[in-house]
Design a protein. Structure first.
Length: 173
């Protein structure tokens, strides 16, 4: 019975999870690994899932926890490497998002969105593309709803500035 419910409730969101993980990691292989780990954890803890609640938000919360754990490990390794090699900076992975509300070519917008901070891109992707509510996004990212609202506002503001600057310079036309 649990496997049928898991199949019905959780597996319906596989494509969304892969799409977002791929945008976050910019690497399909990493995205598939993240989604696989997400589903393994979801299966393990499916007994704690409340039937009738938002399974998609629950799965995204698990996925962002998996990503944060992976990023934490990468950052820890990088910090260790920085100490060993005496480097002065560390590059973090970028998140690419798409804002369909804008009437721009997808590639141009994706390039511009890659310049946003990870926090802004994550919120923009979840709300604009995946249709999460502010409350669901706050739950997925484990931040207050006000933080989601301000990050979305700043993401859109920064994206407009980036696009205006790029267009003024003739980049992406």
């Amino acid at each position: 019975m649990q496997s049928e419910q898991f199949e019905r409730e959780a597996m319906a969101h596989l494509d969304s999870l892969v799409r977002v993980a791929n945008r976050l990691t910019r690497n399909l292989s990493d995205a598939e690994d993240i989604v696989q780990e997400t589903y393994l954890r979801a299966w393990k803890y499916f007994h704690s899932f409340e039937a009738g609640s938002n399974c998609k938000a629950w799965l995204f919360r698990i996925m962002f926890n998996v990503i944060n754990l992976r990023e934490g490990k990468k950052m820890k390794l990088a910090e260790q490497s920085l100490e060993d090699d005496d480097r002065s900076h560390y590059e973090q992975s970028n998140v690419v998002a798409f804002d369909p509300l804008r009437q721009l070519e997808g590639r141009e917008l994706m390039d511009a969105t890659a310049l946003l901070s990870e926090e802004y891109r994550s919120v923009l992707w979840l709300i604009v593309v995946e249709d999460f509510t502010y409350k669901e996004t706050a739950e997925v990212l484990d931040v207050p709803i006000g933080t989601v609202m301000s990050r979305l506002h700043r993401a859109r503001r920064d994206l407009r500035k980036i696009m205006m600057t790029r267009r003024a310079r003739g980049i992406g036309n």
